[in-house]
Design a protein around this ligand. Structure first.
Ligand SMILES: CC/C=C\CC(=O)SCCNC(=O)CCNC(=O)[C@H](O)C(C)(C)COP(=O)(O)OP(=O)(O)OC[C@H]1O[C@@H](n2cnc3c(N)ncnc32)[C@H](O)[C@@H]1OP(=O)(O)O
Length: 719
C-alpha cells in the first residue's frame, strides 16, 4: 500500500498505492510508517519524496473506515514522525491533496505541486474538521484569515492559488515526481528547523477577537444548524491563541464530538450517495455499467425562455456546440443577449474565455438537422410540446436523442407521439438551469438504456447531480413536494401562520420555509396546475364540504390569494408583503393575517396553538411517506436517489442527509407511529396514510438505510 524505491542514488521515493484516490486506509498508513522508517534508517538516503500512484497524491483519510473500528497506525503520530525526521521530506502533489492527504503534505518539509493539482481541507463537508494537525498547521503556514476561509468552506484551491497562499513551495507543468526528486536533492543537508510548521508561531493578526467574532457570525448564519463549521472556527482559534501542543489537544476534543455526530454520518452518507446515483439502474434491469452512452458533440435547445437560456449556457460551458432555436425574432435577439451575458459572467468567474462562438442562434427548427441530441424547453403545454416533438422527428437525423425539459408533463405521452419512443427521455432541469446542481433524467418504459446513459453522461459533464428516475406525475422531487405543501396549507387553516411554519422549517435547516419559497417561485404556478386538475372552484362556499374536493381534504387558500392577484414576490404580495414587486425582503402582512382569520371564520375552523414539532412532523413525514411510495413503485431505484434529489435541488439541509436518511435517523417505527397518529386525526388526508413499504420495513425490523434495497427486493418477491 506504500511502495519504497531508492532513486537518483540517494532519494527514498515512497509511493502511496490505494486506487482510486490513494486514501489513507489502515494499510496505507502502515505502509507510510514502515517506508518512512526504512528511508530514515538507510544511511545512503539523504532525502525523501512522497507521491501517489496514478497521478493523484492522496484523497485523504479513507472515509469508509469512519463507520467501523479504526485499526492501524493513527495519522497524527505518523505525520509528526515525518515532520521531525532529520532528512528533508518533499511531497510531490499531483491530482489532489485533500483532507488527510494535505495534512500529510503539511507534515512534509517541502511541497511541490503540479499546475493542475487541487488542494484543500474539505473535512467540514463531511461533518468533521482537519484533525490530523491541519487546523493547527495551516494557520501557522498561511495566516489565520486564509486558513479560516479554506477550513470553514472546505473549498479546493488550484496549485497557482496554493503557491500564492504559501501552501506549496513550487509549481511545475512537468513531471512532478521528477521535479520533487530534483528539489529533494538540492535541499539535502539543509537545516530543517524552519521547515517544521508545527514549531512556527501563528502569523500575527491585529484584532484577533474581532476577526473571530465576525467569522463566527458569518459561519453560524450560513451553517443553518451544521456544527462542523463552528468547530472549525474554534479549532483555528486554538491555533491562533494556544501553543501547538495545546492547540492539538483542542483539535482532538472538537473532533471527538464531531466524529460520532449524526451530522457527520449524514454528510458522509451524502458523499457516497452522490456517487451511488451515477450507478443507475432501471426496473428493466438495464444499468449504468452495461449501457453505453452515445457520443454527443452537437446539441440543440428549442425554446429560449428562462429554462432554455440556462440550458444553453450549461451545454455551451461544457464545450459542446449548441444550436439555440427560438421562432420569434424579438425573443431570439433578447435570448442571444441574455445568454451571451451569462456566458461572459460565468467565464469571468472561472477565469476562462467565454464560449460565445459555441452557440449558433436560429429561428428555424431545420437548423437542428444534424445534432446528436435536442433538449426541448418550450412552454409547459402538452399540445405545444407534442407538435415540437413531431417536427423534431421529421427534421433530425436518425438516432438523434430527443429530450424534454418538463417538470410535470407525461414523458411517455410525448414519446408515444414520435416514431422512435426509445430515443425520448425527460431532462428535468431546475431554474436557473446553468446554476442549479440537480437534473432528474426521466425514463419511460420505452426509453432505451442508451438514451438514459447518454442523458446521464451529459448531465455529469454539465456538473449536475444527475439522477435517473421513472416517469410519474411530478417525477420524484415535485411528487414529494405536493404533500409537504398541502400539509403547510392545512396547518394555516388550523391556526398556524406562514411565519411560524417557515421558522420551524428554516430552523430545521431549509434555506427558506415553504411559504417564502412559494412567494419566490410564484403562487400562480401551483394555481395553474390545480386549475388544470379541476380542483379550483370559485370561492364563496363555506364549511367542511367546501374543503373536500375529489374526495379528499383540499385547502383553497393558495387559490384565494391568486384570485386577489397575490402571486408572491413578483406582485409584491403573497404569503408575505414586499416593499415593491420584485423585492426580496419578506415582511409580515397584516392583511394576510386578517384574511386567514376571516377564512377560518367562514369555514367554521377554530384556530389552535400549533408548535414547531407538529409543523416538522406533518410537513416532513408527509413528504417522506411519499418517498416510500416512490421506492415501492420503483420510480426511484434507492433511497440515495431521493436524498440526492432533495439535497441538491430542494434545499434539504445536507447535514440531515436527505429525507430518507432523516427517516432512518429518526427511526422508521417513530415515523410510522406519528403518521398513524396524524392520519387518525385527519382521515380525509390520504397522504398521511402510511405507505405499505414503510409498514413492511418496520415489520421486518427497520433495517438500516444501506439495507433497504435488499429489504425492498425481498418484500417485493414475497408479494
Ligand atoms: C483524523 C481525520 C483526518 C482526516 C480526515 C479526512 O481526510 S476526511 C477525507 C477528506 N477527503 C475528502 O473529502 C476527499 C473526498 N474525495 C473527493 O473529493 C474526490 O473523490 C476526489 C479525490 C477529488 C476525486 O474525484 P473524482 O471525481 O476523480 O472521483 P470520485 O469522487 O468519483 O471518487 C472515486 C472513488 O473514490 C472514492 N473515494 C474518494 N475519496 C475517498 C476517500 N477519501 N475515502 C474513501 N473513498 C473515497 C469514491 O467514493 C469513489 O468510489 P466509487 O466506489 O467509485 O463510487
Amino acid at each position: 500500500m506504500a511502495e519504497y524505491n531508492r532513486v537518483s542514488e540517494c532519494v527514498g521515493l515512497i509511493t502511496l498505492r490505494n486506487p482510486p484516490v490513494n486514501a489513507l486506509s489502515a494499510a496505507v498508513r502502515q505502509g507510510i510508517v514502515d517506508t518512512v522508517q526504512r528511508a530514515l534508517s538507510d544511511p545512503n538516503v539523504k532525502s525523501v519524496v512522497i507521491c501517489g500512484q496514478n497521478g493523484i497524491f492522496c484523497g485523504g483519510a479513507d472515509i469508509k473506515e469512519f463507520g467501523s473500528n479504526m485499526t492501524g497506525p493513527p495519522l497524527i503520530p505518523m505525520i509528526h514522525a515525518i515532520e521531525s525526521a532529520n532528512k528533508p521530506v518533499v511531497a510531490a502533489i499531483e491530482g489532489s491533496a485533500l483532507g488527510g492527504g494535505l495534512e500529510l503534505a503539511l507534515g512534509c518539509h517541502y511541497r511541490i505541486a503540479h499546475s493542475k493539482a487541487r488542494l484543500g481541507l474539505p473535512e467540514v463537508s463531511l461533518g468533521l474538521l482537519p484533525a490530523a494537525g491541519g487546523s493547527q498547521r495551516l494557520p501557522r503556514l498561511i495566516g489565520v484569515p486564509a486558513a479560516l476561509n479554506l477550513i470553514t468552506t472546505g473549498r479546493h484551491v488550484t496549485a497557482a492559488e496554493a503557491l500564492q497562499l504559501g501552501i506549496v513551495d513550487q509549481v511545475t507543468d512537468h513531471n512532478t515526481v521528477a521535479a520533487a526528486v530534483k528539489f529533494a536533492l538540492s535541499v539535502a543537508g539543509r537545516s530543517l528547523d524552519p521547515r517544521r510548521i508545527s514549531t512556527h508561531p501563528c502569523p500575527q493578526q491585529p484584532d484577533l477577537d474581532a476577526l473571530f467574532e465576525e467569522v463566527m457570525q458569518k459561519v453560524r448564519q450560513s451553517a443553518r444548524g451544521a456544527i462542523a463549521p463552528i468547530a472549525c472556527v474554534q479549532a483555528v482559534r486554538a491555533a491562533a491563541t494556544l501553543p501547538y501542543a495545546q492547540g492539538m489537544e483542542r483539535e482532538r476534543e472538537l473532533m471527538a464530538t464531531l466524529f460520532t455526530s449524526g451530522q457527520a454520518r449524514a454528510l458522509q452518507y451524502c458523499f457516497f450517495a452522490e456517487r451511488a446515483v451515477g450507478r443507475w439502474r432501471m426496473p428493466s434491469g438495464a444499468r449504468w455499467d452495461t449501457s453505453k452512452p452515445r457520443p454527443v458533440h452537437k446539441a440543440a435547445v428549442i425554446g429560449l425562455g428562462t429554462m432554455g437560456r440556462g440550458i444553453t449556457v450549461a451545454l455551451a460551458q461544457t464545450g459542446l456546440s449548441v444550436i439555440a432555436v427560438e421562432t420569434q425574432e424579438k425573443q431570439l435577439m433578447e435570448a442571444k443577449q441574455a445568454i451571451s451575458g451569462m456566458l461572459e459572467r460565468g467565464a469571468k468567474r472561472r477565469g476562462v474565455a467565454p464560449a460565445l462562438d459555441g452557440v449558433i442562434y436560429s429561428q428555424n427548427i431545420q437548423a437542428v438537422a444534424d445534432v446528436d441530441l435536442v433538449i426541448e424547453a418550450v412552454f409547459e403545454d402538452i399540445a405545444l410540446k407534442t407538435k415540437v416533438f413531431q417536427q423534431l422527428s421529421a427534421v433530425c437525423k436518425p438516432g438523434t436523442l430527443l429530450c424534454t425539459n418538463t417538470s410535470a408533463l407525461d414523458v411517455d405521452q410525448l414519446a408515444s407521439e414520435t416514431p422512435n419512443p426509445e430515443l425520448v427521455v425527460g431532462m428535468h432541469f431546475f431554474a436557473p438551469a446553468h446554476v442549479m446542481k440537480l437534473l432528474e433524467v426521466v425514463y419511460g418504459p420505452r426509453s432505451s438504456p442508451q438514451a438514459v446513459a447518454t442523458a446521464m453522461q451529459l448531465g455529469k459533464k454539465m456538473g449536475k447531480a444527475s439522477v435517473a428516475v421513472g416517469n410519474c406525475r411530478g417525477f420524484v422531487g415535485n411528487r414529494m413536494l405536493k404533500p409537504y405543501i398541502e400539509e403547510a396549507f392545512f396547518l394555516l387553516e388550523e391556526g398556524a401562520t406562514p411565519e411560524l411554519v417557515d421558522q420551524a422549517l428554516e430552523e430545521f435547516g431549509f434555506p427558506m420555509g415553504v411559504f417564502r419559497m412559494s412567494d419566490l417561485s410564484g403562487l400562480d404556478v401551483g394555481w395553474r396546475v390545480r386549475k388544470g386538475d379541476g380542483l379550483v372552484e370559485p370561492g364563496t362556499a363555506s364549511g367542511r364540504s367546501a374543503r373536500i374536493r375529489q374526495g379528499r381534504r383540499y385547502s383553497p387558500l393558495g387559490d384565494l390569494l391568486c384570485e386577489e392577484g397575490h402571486f408572491g414576490q413578483k406582485t409584491g404580495r403573497g404569503w408575505y408583503q414586499y416593499d415593491k414587486p420584485g423585492s426580496r425582503v419578506a415582511r409580515f402582512d397584516p392583511w394576510l393575517h386578517s384574511f386567514l382569520g376571516a377564512y377560518r371564520a367562514q369555514h367554521g375552523l377554530v384556530a389552535r396553538r400549533i408548535d414547531h414539532q407538529e409543523v416538522l412532523e406533518r410537513c416532513l413525514y408527509a413528504l417522506i411517506n411519499e418517498g416510500f411510495h416512490i421506492l415501492d413503485d420503483g420510480i426511484a431505484a434507492g433511497p440515495e436517489d431521493i436524498d440526492v434529489i432533495y439535497v441538491s435541488g430542494y434545499g434539504w439541509p445536507r447535514h440531515r442527509g436527505g429525507p430518507m436518511f432523516y427517516a432512518n435517523m429518526v427511526g422508521l417505527a417513530k415515523v410510522l407511529e406519528r403518521l398513524e397518529h396524524y392520519q387518525q386525526l385527519h382521515p380525509e388526508v390520504p397522504h398521511l396514510q402510511p405507505s405499505s413499504l414503510l409498514r413492511r420495513l418496520v415489520a421486518s425490523g427497520s433495517p438500516p438505510i444501506h439495507k433497504w434495497g435488499e429489504a425492498i427486493k425481498k418484500l417485493h418477491s414475497q408479494l
